[in-house]
Design a protein around this ligand. Sequence first.
Ligand code: NAD
Length: 254
Amino acid sequence: MRNELTHAAENIARSSRLVVLTGAGVSRESGIPTFREAQDGLWARFDPMEMASERGFLRNPQLVWEWYEYRFGMVAAAQPNLGHLAIAALEELIPNVTVVTQNIDGLHQAGGSTRVLELHGSIRRYKCFGGAHRGYTRDDLATQSEKPPRCPQCGDLMRPDIVWFGEYLPEQVMRDAYAACLRADVALVVGTSGVVQPAASLPYLAQEAGATVIDVNPEDDEISRMADIFLQGMGGGVLPGLVEAVRSLRQGRS
Ligand code: NAD
């Protein structure tokens, strides 16, 4: 692991275009459960597909709204962890850093990352069901008691601006994510099981385009096996040391 960490740090220190691909695992140490873990206790009897699909929303808008209220409560109480902070610190060391995340929690931005592509949207933004009116925050809807509230512009039901099962990913965000992977010299992958497409294909795309893929995950899975370098461990455990090693290498060079 020590040698692997040094090997990873050397690659990142040489990088001029780094893409960081993250999933639910990077927020685990901030206390945000993965999708399946969040489906416990009170919510265990509900099907995740019903909670995160248009069909489920139309069948029971109030229930789905309350599920997202519950998840928003967790996100609002959470702080970026050492992993998020280490990823943000890479911007001081590498000329071009793009974070491409599957997460909807906004914790990369809270941790200081400035270029974040949210593949699956954000739980902190809302749009009307038809999708014509977006960019609303919680405060914009706070005066309404109805659950879900209504769109201030068209009167349609409001929903979180999140990509649900069966929906397309935001086109421009996806295009930017592909571009970041195609031009990257290193792809640092953190906390994703690589099962949700098309996000799961991004490490492969970057690797085929010539990037060195580094995976950080406590579990040995499909991504860790395709990665050029696997650093087994939690994001908050591995990333601060990795970034410090990159800092020393870059300072040694200047
Ligand atoms: P996943 O739940 O399928 O996999 C989580 C991965 O993180 C696993 O490989 C696990 O081994 C790893 N992991 C667990 N703890 C970790 C840690 N401390 N540090 C690093 N890695 C750790 O997650 P996924 O691949 O992102 O796919 C699930 C989907 O659920 C995504 O589409 C995502 O949008 C959504 N989701 C987002 C959030 C969030 O915004 N925080 C939370 C739950 C689910």
